[in-house]
Design a protein around this ligand. Structure first.
Ligand code: AVJ
Length: 319
């Protein structure tokens, strides 16, 4: 048996980025905290639990689409490619493509270092011949690919509707950046949650067992630990709702009393009912997303949706 090859590039944003972004967010009106900070070790575990919830249809529906149409996807992506994955998490979904795709190099990118490290170790056991270049970085800002194999087709996989965390102008910017990093003729396979009955959406982000609430509140636990803050979790409540006009799910943490919180040496006041806005999750029709892709320089080549029309997977080509 050959030794698996794992290269690990730690381009992780330093602690000061968490501090600066949280302090800026809490100084705004309304207060905000970026959703990328959900994914500390426990937050990544909670997210994995979310994906198994009966109400959270996104993950299982996307997996069903990948299983059903994987062969066609692989034929569009091309074998022996550099396969970049944005927000690889536990690298579960990529397994559905790896056997058929046989990429030359797999390059998972994730902000959560320990989770990324553990996931590629597990992957290497099951795919001993796969060359892995794992990159710990924040893809929501400017980033680069630390390794460029020559003369290989390039493809990116961006599953889970994580693109939904960006408002449409920023989503377009991110797609443009990916298109530029990959180069013309490269392909992007991207999962996008569809607009649907708001009841269905609201249930997916307000699960009966409270895992999503715990995921939302864990942001405060993380900030307490990493930034020496004194949030009391009992003073905040999880709130999630569909906002029809912008077409997005919103998550908030709502203060239930007037109180003060200290974060990184600064004091922040909360009145009763005041929100910290922690996440947007934009939903698209197929046409809306194709327009966005076009504007980012990506040509829609194919789209697959499940029979209940809950979720879409798009194949786009860089022009
Ligand atoms: C990982 C951003 C796609 O928006 O559905 C799950 C995160 N938030 N439940 C989503 C999330 C609340 C998830 N994404």
């Amino acid at each position: 048996m050959s030794e698996p090859t794992i290269h690990f590039y730690d381009l992780h944003p330093p602690l000061t980025d968490l501090k600066a972004e949280v302090l800026t967010g809490l100084s705004g009106q309304p207060k905000t905290i970026p959703p990328k900070f959900f994914y500390d070790e426990y937050g990544s575990q909670l997210f994995a639990q979310i994906t198994e919830l009966p109400e959270y249809y996104l993950t299982r529906t996307e997996i069903a689409i990948l299983q059903e149409h994987g062969e066609e996807m692989v034929s569009l992506l091309g074998n022996e490619c550099l396969l970049v994955e944005l927000g690889s998490g536990s690298s579960q979904k990529i397994r559905l493509l790896l056997d058929a795709l046989q990429p030359a190099v797999y390059m998972p990118i994730d902000i959560s270092k320990k989770h990324l490290w553990q996931s590629v170790q597990m992957l290497a056991i099951d795919y001993p011949d796969l060359e892995i270049h794992a990159v710990c970085t924040d893809y929501s800002g400017q980033f680069h690919l630390p390794y460029h194999p020559d003369n290989k087709p390039k493809a990116a996989f961006f599953p889970g509707s994580s693109i939904g965390n960006f408002d449409p102008p920023h989503a377009q910017e991110l797609l443009q950046q990916v298109a530029q990093l990959l180069g013309s003729d490269s392909t992007l396979l991207i999962g996008v949650d569809l607009k649907k009955d708001p009841q269905r959406l609201n249930a997916a982000y307000n699960d009966a067992t409270g895992v999503t609430a715990a995921f939302n509140l864990n942001l405060l636990t993380r900030i307490n630990r990493e930034l020496n803050a004194n949030f009391e979790l009992s003073r905040f409540e999880h709130q999630a709702f569909y906002n029809e006009k912008p077409g997005r799910m919103e998550m908030h943490l709502v203060s239930n009393t007037p109180h003060e919180v200290k974060v990184g040496g600064q004091t922040f006041e909360f009145v009763t009912g005041e929100n910290i806005h922690t996440e947007n999750s934009y939903k698209y029709t197929v046409a809306q997303f194709q327009n966005l892709a076009n504007a980012a320089g990506l040509q829609p080549e194919q789209v697959w949706i499940d029979p209940a029309e809950l979720f879409s997977v798009h194949c786009l080509r860089v022009r």
